[in-house]
Design a binder for this molecule. Structure first.
Ligand SMILES: O=P(O)(O)OC[C@H]1O[C@H](O)[C@H](O)[C@@H](O)[C@@H]1O
Length: 282
């Protein structure tokens, strides 16, 4: 059996299935969204809601949605939250297996760019490196004649056996904004969860740990000046699409990002790569 297969979900979405000596994974072409990553002999490292219905044109609730070229709500009324890249159809630009590491690059074709939202010539690619760890790089290049400014996030959803027991570590010394208030100084290294949490962190160290009874997930970021930590808790869970009321108990998002004051400005021809790498801590 080949290590890479192209398959189709019953609802029509195309995905890549990866099976190597080191891991199994699924990557949807819509949104360049990885929904499954399981290192061999270890548990899954990504969470997807069982309420998800994999419909064309609708972002999948889980895995790693790509938020681009803006994060959160747009300043423009009625523009989609988290940009347009997460619902567009990407194509496979390259795939190879090197020392058992699967390397797959997806790109967004120029015709998939929505000129209403983004009238600039830009190239974006997502490179997945799948081994014992998962590395995701969002590569932005400005092909325009003017500078462009964008915000972005790799919106990773992680599986947690019980949110009440979770200790998210590695936050000491950072600052965060929450619900339009702050910045607050993060005074302890560990964050615990007992309410809706929706923080944008700045000055955060490059590695955090999600420690729960099933193990510790290590989350690394590079060229990421911000990170978002999110759990919708009880009330917001009821309003979220493709999300069960009790799903908040089993997930947390820790997102490698460049948002708010940490937006990225690219001069003509300039390139920027946002990266996150996740693994089970040995
Ligand atoms: O429902 P979505 O558009 O996918 O957004 C899901 C969540 O994304 C981020 O983590 C934001 O900080 C949250 O405020 C938002 O609720």
């Amino acid at each position: 059996m080949t290590w890479l297969q192209t398959k189709q979900h019953d609802n029509g979405l195309t995905y890549l299935e990866v099976n190597t000596a080191l891991c199994q994974a699924k990557i949807y072409l819509q949104g360049a969204q990885i929904t499954e990553f399981k290192p061999s002999n270890q548990a899954s490292l990504l969470w997807v809601s069982s309420a998800n219905d994999y419909q064309p044109g609708i972002s999948i609730r889980g895995g790693i949605p790509i938020c681009w070229p803006w994060f959160g709500q747009s300043t423009q009324e009625n523009w989609p939250a988290h940009g347009f890249a997460r619902t567009k159809l990407w194509h496979v630009e390259a795939s190879l297996l090197e020392h058992d590491i699967a390397i797959i690059t997806l790109a967004l074709s120029p015709q998939e760019f929505d000129c209403e939202y983004w009238p600039y010539k830009t190239q974006i690619r997502v490179k997945f490196e799948l081994g014992k760890s998962l590395r995701v790089s969002l590569i932005n290049q400005n092909l325009d004649t003017q500078a462009i400014t964008l915000t972005q996030a790799l919106h990773s959803y992680f599986p947690i056996d019980d949110i009440h027991q979770l200790k998210a570590r590695g936050f000491l010394g950072s600052d965060f904004i929450e619900f339009a208030k702050g910045p607050f100084n993060q005074e302890s290294d560990t964050v615990r969860f007992d309410r809706e949490t929706d923080r944008v962190y700045a000055n955060l160290p490059p590695v955090q740990y999600l420690e729960s009874t099933q193990g510790t997930i290590e989350v690394r970021r590079a060229q990421s000046q911000s990170a978002v930590l999110w759990n919708p808790w009880i009330e917001k869970s009821k309003r979220l699409s493709r999300f069960l009321n009790q799903d908040y108990q089993q997930m947390v998002c820790l997102e490698a990002a460049n948002v708010r004051e940490d937006s990225i400005t690219l001069a003509p021809n300039e390139q920027h790569t946002l990266m996150t790498e996740i693994r089970w801590k040995e």
